[in-house]
Design a protein around this ligand. Structure first.
Ligand SMILES: NC(=O)c1ccc[n+]([C@@H]2O[C@H](COP(=O)([O-])OP(=O)(O)OC[C@H]3O[C@@H](n4cnc5c(N)ncnc54)[C@H](OP(=O)(O)O)[C@@H]3O)[C@@H](O)[C@H]2O)c1
Length: 315
């Protein structure tokens, strides 16, 4: 099955940008569907990528945009619900509509992004439960050929996870950690998008789900300690006991920084039972090399700016 033209939903996000850049560089023609084409104009500068504004919740829009394409990749996902943006509509109804549109248009391949520990049977949170339902729905399909990916938290210099903690750590004199013992196996975004590309090339991946994890397991407390070390900060941290973690989640929920549902997601470790990267022949990168270099690069840059500011004031 020769795949050349791919329509990507969620291609403007963190993972999406890495994925469409990789695929376009390797000769695929990519169309990225977005709600805000003006905001993401920079993506279409890359050769081989076009961007189209579309209301993906409208099935007719999916049909229109899938026509003439060989494969569809769905990366759309949310961590928080807002008005007009519910877990069920994004994680269940959208995949169902995508599947139907793929069948109508005759799309051959569908790659679907789920999440590690997502389960339609026992998801501890509404996020993981809805992700699990969406995954189950697409994996039951015989047509098109579906491959699903279930990563732990994904890291890179432009990620939201490490960078958000780094930004908060820089501003707070003391850091209370919610669910400090929750475990993660952070996986590098380059490894994740490589897995997607392999799936497009290998028909043997059809009907399979791949759990994607990095080489090391860390508790949330260890991750925070690592970031503090990489940033060369001195920050006392406090591990919150479970009841206080829940209380903190309820308070932060008002500001949409962290929600009770996020707290529930952390009740189950985000670590792999099967090594999907190994199965696909990919060697995983570890957090420390990549993120230490990134954070120390930022530190050097800041020192350079501070020095320039001092010199400028001297003049
Ligand atoms: N990042 C991680 O650590 C991680 C870990 C496990 C699983 N995942 C899964 O991987 C996928 C990609 O994650 P990401 O971190 O790249 O996400 P992201 O940066 O938040 O990007 C989300 C994308 O979804 C699109 N989208 C379309 N309709 C949306 C709507 N109604 N609300 C919000 N977004 C909408 C956005 O496109 P426009 O705004 O241009 O329309 C955007 O490109 C998600 O399914 C996520 O659940 C991520």
């Amino acid at each position: 099955m020769q795949i050349k033209r791919i329509c990507v939903l969620g291609g403007t996000g963190f993972v999406g940008r890495h994925l469409v850049t990789r695929l376009a560089n390797n000769g695929y023609h990519i169309k990225v569907l977005t709600r805000h084409s003006q905001k993401h104009r920079d993506i279409s500068i890359l050769p081989g990528i076009e961007i189209a504004e579309a209301d993906i919740k409208t099935p007719g829009m999916l049909l229109e945009n899938f026509f003439g394409y060989d494969a569809v990749i769905n990366l759309v996902g949310i961590l928080y619900e807002r008005s007009g943006q519910q877990f069920r509509s994004i994680h269940v109804d959208l995949p169902r509509n995508i599947l139907e549109a793929c069948r109508t248009v005759g799309i051959k391949r569908l790659l679907h992004m789920s999440a590690l520990r997502a389960s339609a049977n026992q998801g501890p949170s509404r996020y993981l439960f809805s992700k699990g339902e969406g995954e189950q729905l697409v994996m039951q399909a015989k047509n098109p050929g579906v491959t699903c990916f279930k990563p732990s938290v994904i890291f890179a210099p432009d990620d939201k996870f490490y960078n958000r903690f780094a930004n908060v750590l820089k501003t707070m004199p003391i850091f209370p950690i919610v669910c400090p013992d929750a475990k993660f196996a952070p996986v590098y975004v380059g490894n994740v998008v490589h897995a997607f590309e392999i799936a497009l090339e290998r028909e043997t991946t059809i009907g399979k789900s791949y759990e994607l994890c990095g080489p090391h397991i860390y508790t949330l407390r260890e991750i925070i300690e690592d970031i503090i070390r990489m940033l060369d900060l001195k920050r006392p941290i406090i591990s919150l006991p479970d009841k206080l973690s829940l209380l903190q989640a309820k308070i932060l929920e008002k500001f949409k920084i962290f929600t009770t549902d996020n707290y529930l997601s952390l009740q189950i470790d985000s670590i792999c039972a099967c090594d999907g990267l190994k199965e696909l022949g990919i060697t995983p990168y570890s957090v420390n090399g990549i993120m230490s270099m990134y954070f120390s690069g930022k530190k050097t840059q800041k020192m350079r700016y501070d020095r320039l500011r001092t010199i400028a004031r001297r003049d």
